[in-house]
Design a binder for this molecule. Structure first.
Ligand code: ASP
Ligand code: MG
Length: 414
């Protein structure tokens, strides 16, 4: 069995949905399971519905927006008297019923009961459209299959029950369609965290012992650098699971390690391919060569702060100080991206995502001597060579460099 994942961008309007059908016709639909996300930016739009409901302000407008979005796509794809329109209305009826009946004030619970409609509606429309054009399919409510605990918005998978459910319900010689991102604790809807549909594909592939997973994207595959930050980029044909995890660790937006892990366990290859240029092979993440072609990969993190900490009395920076500093860094939610230690000073490159650096600084300045520089870029080069190092150094003044076997990191003031 092959598992395909189509994200929001691949089903963002009527034309895109027709394109997904083209992709499937080209790939074949036998023995395939398709995971589909909410259309376009609909999860964000449903988040607005959640806020409006909780604040009791603007709910009608927020609902109107998501309703119009879906109905206009349905009217583009189907005749006026097609039964899909009734189905979409029914799903919105279920959402209204939730508003009428709900007594809970738990934000995360409410969130999951509402945002799940993005995936439920998108798969309902896509499944009906496929049937309409002669692509037979088996639509399943993934909430009957993926069982989780009740940590709403970040549910943990009960693998054993999920595996049993999946293997009982999937029709192996058909095209199966399921929702990404959503799941159930047995009573209520849960979700696997934003951008969770890739993980859904990983769960199905693992439970089915699938032949492969393909994530269909609007880019040709995984590139060696972000084209928004680098002029010349090259498509990577092959990377190993470990390499994909390393790249994600350093900040590349490749595939989340959570998705990779179950695939790695069963050595199921993961393909990243373009739903536009769908005849191209894209990138394969699999066992084997760490990277092919063997070229340096660049990852950049902006808005970094380099902090150098030394003791007031020139004593060495040792375990006690360092463990104290780390405790504080964690408490102030400063993300540490690089660490370097010398006899009398300890340097960290941090990211201040929660605007707490000032408080950290105030506290630390009473105990240590602190130097810091803000507004830096942290460049990471995997599989670096002299040429790639020089290319990065040209971008500005380098402040701190760290070299490991495969990885070079440089903080730069651009
Ligand atoms: N629709 C969900 C989101 O936008 C899940 C996903 O697309 O992966 O986060
Ligand atoms: Mg998405």
């Amino acid at each position: 069995m092959r598992v395909f994942k189509f994200g929001g961008a691949s089903v963002k309007d009527a034309k895109s949905i027709q394109n997904v059908a083209d992709v499937l016709r080209n790939e074949g639909t036998n023995n395939v399971l398709v995971v589909i996300s909410a259309m376009g930016k609909m999860t964000n739009a449903f988040e607005k519905v959640v806020h409006a409901y909780i604040k009791d302000n603007g709910l009608e407008d927020a609902l109107e927006y998501v309703l119009k979005f879906h109905t206009s796509i349905a009217y583009e794809l189907f005749a006026r008297d097609h039964s899909i329109h009734e189905k979409v209305t029914m799903l919105f009826g279920k959402l209204s019923a939730f508003f009428a009946q709900n007594k809970s004030k738990d934000y995360d619970f409410i969130y999951d009961q509402i945002v799940c409609f993005g995936e439920l509606i998108s798969t309902t429309i896509v499944s009906a459209y496929f049937s309409e054009i002669g692509i037979g399919n088996n639509w399943l409510d993934v909430r009957d299959l993926i069982r989780t605990n009740n940590t709403f918005r970040a549910a943990k998978v009960d693998w054993e029950t999920t595996k049993k459910n999946i293997n009982q319900s999937i029709k192996k010689d058909e095209l199966n369609i399921v929702q990404g991102f959503i799941s159930s604790d047995g009573t209520n809807t849960t979700t696997l965290g934003r951008e969770g549909s890739d993980f859904t594909a990983g769960i199905f592939a693992y439970c089915l012992g699938a032949e492969s997973v393909t994530i269909w994207k609007d880019v040709d595959g995984v590139l060696n650098a972000d084209p928004r930050a680098f002029d010349d980029t090259t498509l990577l044909e092959q990377i190993s699971y470990e390499e994909a995890i390393e790249m994600a660790f350093y900040g590349a937006s490749v595939i989340h390690p959570k998705t990779i892990k179950p695939l790695q366990n069963l050595e199921i290859p993961l393909h990243v391919r373009s739903f536009v240029n769908y005849e191209k092979p894209g990138t394969t993440v699999s066992k084997g060569k760490s990277i092919y072609p063997e070229i340096p990969c660049f990852i950049v993190k902006k808005n970094q702060i380099l902090v150098s900490i030394s003791s007031l009395d020139f004593s060495f920076m040792v375990e006690n100080n360092i463990s104290h500093i780390f405790k504080r860094l964690a408490e102030y939610q400063l993300k540490v991206n690089l660490i370097q230690n010398s006899a009398i000073s300890f340097s960290v490159c941090v990211e201040d995502n929660f605007n707490k650096f000032r408080h950290f600084l105030e506290e630390m300045q009473s105990l240590y001597k602190i130097d810091y520089t803000e507004g830096l870029s942290l460049f990471t080069i995997r599989h670096f060579n002299e040429e790639s190092r020089k290319a990065i150094l040209k971008r500005g003044v380098s402040l701190l460099t760290q070299i490991n076997k495969e990885t070079l990191q440089i903080t730069i003031r651009e």
